[in-house]
Ligand binder design. Structure first.
Ligand code: FAD
Length: 317
């Protein structure tokens, strides 16, 4: 079922999760171990992230150095198919522009369609490791909106090869990313929302937000989006903060604020277990506030800490 249809029929707040494929060499059992306990909350869908290949300098047998391209977390599409099969649940693969030609993207979309996948999250992706700015593949897309356009084309049966007339129509529901605290490259909030609206006008069906720790950012973002006639659902992204290292890592990687109260409580914590308790309490408080404000979905970036999300959900539902 499409995300938009699931949201439209939901009477109560639903939950969803985002997971990362395991690093190459690990088994899919690590994903099941992660998700099994969370299935108790009957998630509406599970997002699976996509990770672009990285250039790594390797020493050859003759001692010379060479650049090698390695994808550390392959398997997004396979995991989606496996999750749908095992849990009978909607899986949402993330699709990124970075590193892909338009043709590779078209072929990936054909695979997803054949697998019966109905939802995709269309993203630009970040700059490659070692690059300061995002550089598109010479035959690929520069912005997420270009990817949205390509998916919409396929939904209309329009393929890259012009000889294909009346091609089979896909039927993807398209999610796009939104940033309550603004995307870090955007010069200001207004411009960022202007480009978000373009993604929606081109065919984006809903927005999933970047994580945030201060709900006011989310509420202000919704208000601004509505003022700019972005009327689609806006799903809040939530991630537990569970250790002191994240206090500096999360603002750096995700460009979001850690509120002073959360920072102060975390700094007071003496053990790892204390840190986890602070993170759990904060997430619980965020969720209760979102529920009070009629959030229709709570979307969790479960990453490495399913137990924290489990404990929060156990107290909520
Ligand atoms: P875009 O919408 O293209 O925006 C990028 C920047 O360009 C913004 O500053 C925007 O304001 C600006 N912009 C947009 N369109 C135009 C235009 N036409 N002209 C000029 N400026 C423009 N990354 C991954 O690699 N894999 C993942 O699985 C992944 N999952 C994510 C899931 C969520 C929910 C979120 C919020 C992010 C995710 N990311 C992922 C990170 C994301 O790829 C980065 O944040 C990336 O830097 C921007 O992606 P985007 O789709 O928002 O890009």
């Amino acid at each position: 079922m499409k995300v938009t249809e699931r949201l439209a029929e939901a009477k109560d707040t639903i939950v969803s999760f985002e997971i990362l494929p395991p690093t190459k060499g690990k088994s899919i059992e690590s994903i099941y171990g992660h998700l099994d306990q969370l299935m108790e909350f009957n998630p509406a869908f599970i997002n699976v992230t996509y990770h672009r290949a990285e250039q790594i300098l390797k020493t050859r047998k003759d001692g010379r150095l060479e650049w090698v391209e390695i994808r550390k977390r392959p398997g997004t599409v396979g995991i989606c198919a496996a999750l749908m099969n095992k849990y009978k649940i909607e899986a949402i693969p993330h699709l990124i522009c970075g590193g892909f030609s338009k043709e590779e993207t078209e072929n990936a979309l054909i695979d997803l369609d054949f697998l019966g996948i109905k939802n995709v999250l269309a993203l630009r992706g970040d700059a490659a490791v070692g690059e300061k700015f995002f550089t598109p593949n010479p035959h690929g897309h520069r912005y997420a909106e270009d990817l949205v356009r390509q998916i919409v084309d396929l939904n209309h049966g329009r393929y890259m090869e012009e000889e294909i007339i009346e091609g089979a129509k896909t039927d993807f529901c398209i999610g796009v990313a939104g940033y309550p605290e603004k995307h870090f490259e955007a010069p200001n909030v207004e411009t960022d929302i202007y480009y978000l609206k373009r993604k929606i006008d081109l065919g984006g069906d809903y927005v999933t937000t970047q994580l945030f720790y201060n709900n006011e950012h989310y509420y202000n973002f919704i208000k601004k989006c509505r003022e700019h006639d972005i009327t689609v659902p806006i799903i809040p992204g939530l991630k537990p903060l569970t250790n002191k290292k994240q206090l500096t890592m999360i603002p750096r990687v995700f460009n979001v604020e850690v509120p002073v109260e959360l920072y102060t409580e975390m700094m007071k914590a003496k053990t790892d277990a204390d840190c986890e308790k602070v993170g759990t309490e904060w997430l619980l408080h965020q969720c209760r506030d979102l529920l009070k404000n009629n959030a229709k979905v709570l979307h969790f970036y479960t990453l490495g800490k399913p137990s924290v999300v489990y404990n929060v959900l156990k107290q909520l539902f």
